[in-house]
Design a protein around this ligand. Structure first.
Ligand code: HDD
Length: 701
């Protein structure tokens, strides 16, 4: 048993194998039973006194009906107090390079292992049923089922945090959550209380800029970075300590929605990100992230102008480069949401030998909070639940009982030490966890170190490092948010605060929302840094894998152009969908019938990354007469998305995008100057080049 468990913890499918013990599969042979096992003959009628008209009273005696109703009455558990909305998937962690110079952790030193893992993505503020594409930080919580026990990295897609001291967490969360008097708004930071909090806490400034950037409206969970955020320690076999930050960089690059799209998708498909992840995994397009470490030797901790234990600061890559040593892949969808995602529970305090904490004051508080919250969500035996239990052998003779204990431990003693030497602890040579023997001395005080008091420099570096388009998006985001604050105290002084980082930005926002500007312009240190603009994280070559591409059709389309383009895109890994005038079928010029995946009113351009329209009579006879099809093109263009058209579709597209007079692209080309519009003429659709639009492409958004 122990040997199987250890093997499971080192093999990619180990957690799957472990969960099979508790997995049953629905079929048409096994009869429906009560939870205590008797077969049910009629699940549809409550036992009652059946008089002649069958209108008699219902009987409390019906244990089958009572069990069903009782189970239903109690099927909800408290949602997570933050990060309630999310979804997860299983995967594997592989190491390419051993980090044995800095740690003894097997998961970071044994390159022959494949460590199974579960990763849950989430938004922060919204409740469990809120929409996926709101402006928010995204959670990136990983549970690695290592051979030495579970290691949880409970991170975000933004490398810094709002506050420095964990004791402020209830304040920041209360301020951003719906206001207490009316529980409005849901899943949004655009309200008085949040911006009041931001103003009152200048330590939020750096995080606030990231949150107003495109990072907070990702295109997909698969296209975001992951950061451990807090500072941990790695300890090597000589007992030397390095401070460490963990990084995950997506193979697909970092991409975002534009705000108008994000807003619309909230209504059009609130599960957009959940479905995107599941669809990609189901289709075998497994998302991958490079795993890297930033390391600071213990004796260099004081060498920086910031404190490396301050979670509102990044460690600039110029000073502390990222050392990429591994890869995380997601490759299996969950089978059932509640037991495998709702009951998943993470703890920042779950670390394995070779890894240790630091005196990061946010991390220390988190270590208390996560462990505590699982008890109200799941009860004291939450670590025994299939999704949470380790894959390696585990046993503790003292940790017993409590509600819902289900593991059975044989033996007559439940204390240590005992006369049988049962369940002995392990010393370090046997893999026992030993804390880093850091010397600690001081007086008790409620305080933070001096360097924690500087709150603006890195926010300015972040803003300076953004491209012009990203800066414009930040200005629009601040303006949207403050426009939703109706208390002048809040929005007026907030624009003054923005001016500390950038007068130019504050000017734009103040003009839009009616805010105030300080009398003196602020000073800009002019510094930029690596790794802050998301445009640095585009894939090396443009790729269209898993991008959702719509082909618009009505009766009379060019079948050859349609199939050739569809096949070419599918071959390149795109997900192609046919959107037609009606789902019962559309007929081509040459008589072939295609049954579209959706009809026009059932879908919106916002749910696709690009659009293709083949030539044919269908343009004049169908698309040009259909308001939804016309708006589709206009809206796609406004959202900066590539649009391709053949023959008759070309003038139609030009008209919808309002560029009648502009020469779009020469046939078969794609360029920024072409406004992301590709056109092709003639019979040979293979002359069309399939590509994607670069960051500089112009558009109306
Ligand atoms: Fe937290 C959940 C990320 C600070 C207290 N947090 C939670 C989740 C993520 C984060 C991804 C969702 C886990 C899941 O999917 O189940 N939290 C962070 C990051 C932080 C951070 C990156 C800053 C570095 N959190 C933080 C502080 C506290 C908490 C300072 C409390 C002092 N967080 C919680 C919590 C949650 C939680 C209330 C809610 C559900 C849960 O823990 O399991 O305990």
């Amino acid at each position: 048993m122990a040997a199987t468990a250890t093997k499971n913890a080192k093999s990619a499918d180990g957690k799957f194998a472990d969960m099979q013990r508790d997995t049953i599969e629905l079929n048409d042979k096994d009869h429906m039973t009560t939870d205590y096992g008797i077969k049910i003959s009629d699940p549809d009628h409550w036992l009652r006194v059946a008089d002649e008209k069958k209108t008699g009273p219902m009987l409390l005696e019906d244990q089958i009906a009572r069990e069903k109703i009782m189970r239903f009455d109690h099927e909800r558990i408290p949602e997570r107090v933050v990060h309630a909305r999310g979804t997860g998937a299983f995967g594997t962690f592989k190491l390419f390079e051993s980090a044995e110079d800095v740690t003894t952790a097997g998961v970071l030193t044994d390159t022959s292992r494949e460590t199974p893992l579960f990763l849950r993505f989430s938004t922060v503020q919204g409740s469990k049923g809120s929409a996926d594409t709101v402006r928010d930080v995204r959670g990136f919580a990983i549970k690695m089922y290592t051979a030495e026990g579970n290691w949880d990295i409970v991170g975000n897609n933004i490398p810094v945090f709002f506050i420095q001291d964990a004791v402020k967490f209830p304040d920041v969360v209360h301020s951003v959550k719906p206001e207490p008097h009316n529980e409005v708004p849901q899943g949004q930071s655009a309200h008085n209380n949040f911006w009041d909090f931001v103003y009152m806490h200048s330590e939020t400034t750096h995080m606030n800029y990231w949150q107003m950037s495109d990072r907070a409206i990702p295109r997909s969970y698969r296209m975001m970075q992951g950061f451990g955020v807090n500072t941990y320690s790695l300890i090597n076999k000589e007992g030397k300590r390095h401070l460490v930050k963990f990084h995950f960089t997506p193979e697909l690059g970092v991409h975002s929605l534009v705000w108008d799209e994000a807003l619309k998708i909230c209504g059009q498909d609130p599960d957009f990100h959940r479905k995107d992840l599941m669809d990609a995994i189901d289709a075998g397009h497994f998302p991958r992230w490079k795993f890297g470490l930033q390391l600071i030797p213990e004796d260099k901790v004081d060498d920086f102008e910031f404190d490396p234990l301050d979670a509102t600061k990044v460690w600039p890559e110029e000073l502390v480069p990222i050392r990429y040593i591994g890869q995380l892949e997601l490759n299996r969808n969950i089978d059932e949401f509640f037991p495998q995602t709702e009951q998943a529970a993470f703890c920042t305090s779950h670390i394995v030998p070779g890894i240790d904490f630091s005196n990061d004051p946010l991390l220390q508080g988190r270590n208390f909070s996560y462990f505590d919250t699982q008890i109200s969500r799941l009860g004291p035996n939450w670590e025994e639940l299939p999704i949470n239990r380790p894959v390696c052998p585990y046993m503790n003779l003292v940790n017993r009982d409590g509600s819902m204990k289900h593991r059975i431990t044989k033996g007559t003693v439940n204390y240590w030490p005992n006369r049988f030497h049962a369940n002995p602890p392990a010393d370090a040579s046997q893999g026992g966890f030993t804390s880093y023997p850091e010397k600690q001395q001081g007086i008790k005080a409620r305080a933070l170190s001096e360097k924690f008091k500087e709150h603006y420099k890195q926010a300015q570096t972040f803003y300076n490092s953004l491209s012009e388009i990203e800066k414009l998006h930040v200005a629009k985001a601040f303006s949207f948010e403050l426009d939703h604050c109706d208390d002048p105290i809040v929005y007026k002084r907030m624009t003054e605060r923005i001016a500390i980082v950038s007068s130019e930005l504050a000017e734009m926002v103040a003009t839009n929302v009616g805010g105030d500007m300080p009398s003196k312009p602020s000073k800009n240190h002019g510094k930029k840094a690596k790794g802050l603009s998301q445009l640095e994280y585009l894939p090396e070559k443009p790729i269209i894998d898993t991008r959702r591409i719509a082909i618009l059709l009505a009766d009379g389309f060019d079948y050859n152009a349609y199939t050739t383009m569809k096949d070419a895109l599918s071959e390149r890994g795109a997900f192609v969908f046919t959107i037609g005038a009606q789902r019962k079928g559309v007929t081509s010029e040459s008589g072939q019938t295609v049954v579209p995946d959706h009809f026009f009113t059932g879908m919106r351009s916002t749910l696709f990354d690009a659009t293709f329209i083949p030539g044919g009579k269908h343009v004049a006879d169908g698309l040009a007469k259909n308001g939804v099809a016309k708006f589709w093109v206009t809206e796609s263009f406004a959202h900066l998305k590539p649009i391709a058209g053949m023959n008759e579709a070309v003038p139609f597209i030009k008209k919808q995008i309002g560029l009648d007079e502009v020469e779009v692209a020469s046939p078969g080309t794609l360029s920024a100057e072409s406004y992301g519009v590709v056109t092709g003429y003639g019979d040979a659709p293979s002359t069309l080049k399939v590509g994607s639009v670069g960051p500089d492409s112009k558009g109306l958004a």
